[in-house]
Design a protein around this ligand. Structure first.
Ligand SMILES: NC(=O)c1ccc[n+]([C@@H]2O[C@H](COP(=O)([O-])OP(=O)(O)OC[C@H]3O[C@@H](n4cnc5c(N)ncnc54)[C@H](OP(=O)(O)O)[C@@H]3O)[C@@H](O)[C@H]2O)c1
Length: 305
């Protein structure tokens, strides 16, 4: 089958090639993949994986073989999936990491959801957000645009932080109450921070945290160190905390929730970049260079004879 493979010798370290057909375990279904989505981490760190690995984690397609253990959707069901080896014509995936795509939802939109959507959903559950102030950094990005919408849906006062005025576009319409450049103009403490940027901005954002507040350290797109001022991690009163995030266990029910929000118009997929998977190198470059607003989705096109 055709697949996007790790190759450190090509631009973006990802190229279209061929790979063996996947062999599903008893708890896995076989998916005929139609659409995939790119995530910054997958693109930025592709060269660190063994050459020849089938890359990617986000896919949408149609079930061609149901799981042998009887779990999960039946043959013919359209599903979104999260798992290893997603960027291929076929993918073997745990039935606990898929959800059926409801009528009316574009499968290409569904493909945008797994890593970015589940990350936004799960980190927003770190604290009660109804009526609370939530700061989302990297708000123009894949995780960020879902986090802004879901935080607004959950009743938060949403502060969306972006790197430049151009990247602020569309965030107010998605539900941001404030859109700020960096941390400029945030004049009251915040209860929860979803941070995808790291670096000096993370150290500065920590200073904005209310007593009892929490930072979800999702990512570090800046690739710069964060230096905390002496004693800045000391505070009187309810503890301020910073948490790591990397929980992708059994995402199926969360994918179903995100799909339901898409189907009912409460969430937009925010796919601003779409093309055939032959375009992976340019899509990856644009993502790394902060030229994708939201998600990049690629279509798994059939091989030309
Ligand atoms: N822990 C997990 O499980 C998990 C899950 C998903 C993602 N992540 C991580 O979270 C981060 C965001 O992921 P994503 O898919 O949302 O990425 P993305 O779509 O590329 O968005 C990243 C955002 O970071 C901002 N940014 C600020 N400084 C930057 C810099 N120096 N270089 C590049 N971007 C910078 C950009 O904002 P502006 O464009 O406004 O400048 C950009 O919109 C990544 O580090 C990713 O690896 C972690």
């Amino acid at each position: 089958m055709r697949a996007l493979l790790i190759d450190p010798d090509v631009p973006s370290a990802i190229r279209l090639g061929t790979a063996p057909e996947p062999e599903p375990a008893p708890n896995q279904l076989l998916l005929d993949v139609r659409h995939i989505s790119l995530n910054r981490g997958e693109v930025a760190f592709a060269a660190r994986r063994p050459p020849g690995t089938v890359h990617g984690h986000d896919a949408a397609g149609v079930v061609v073989r149901a799981a042998a253990d009887g779990t999960g959707p039946a043959v013919g069901a359209p599903v979104v999936a999260f798992g290893e080896g997603a960027w291929a014509e076929r993918m073997a995936v745990d039935t606990t990491a898929v959800a059926e795509i409801p009528d009316g939802v574009d499968p290409a939109d569904a493909a945008a959801l797994p890593i970015a959507g589940v990350t936004a959903l799960r980190t927003l559950r770190a604290r009660p957000i109804l009526g609370h102030r939530v700061l989302i950094t990297g708000a123009a990005g894949g995780v960020g645009r879902y986090a802004v919408q879901l935080a607004a849906l959950g009743g938060a006062h949403v502060i969306a932080s972006v790197g430049s005025p151009a990247r602020a576009e569309g965030l107010a319409e998605l539900g941001a109450d404030e859109v700020v450049i960096g941390l400029e103009g945030i004049d009251q403490p915040v209860d929860l921070i979803l941070d995808t940027v790291g670096g000096p901005q993370l150290a500065a954002a920590w200073e904005l945290l209310a007593p009892g507040g929490n930072v979800q350290n999702i990512g570090w797109a800046s690739d710069e160190p964060a230096v905390f001022k002496p004693y800045s991690l000391f505070s009187i009163g309810p503890a301020k905390t910073m948490s790591t995030f990397g929980d992708v266990h059994k995402v199926g029910p969360d994918l179903a929730t995100l799909l339901r929000f898409l189907a009912t118009g409460r969430l937009k997929a925010e796919v601003s970049r779409r093309g055939p998977w032959e375009d992976v190198a340019t899509a990856a470059r644009d993502l790394l260079e902060r030229r994708v607003a939201g998600k990049a989705v690629l279509d798994v096109t059939p091989a030309t004879p």
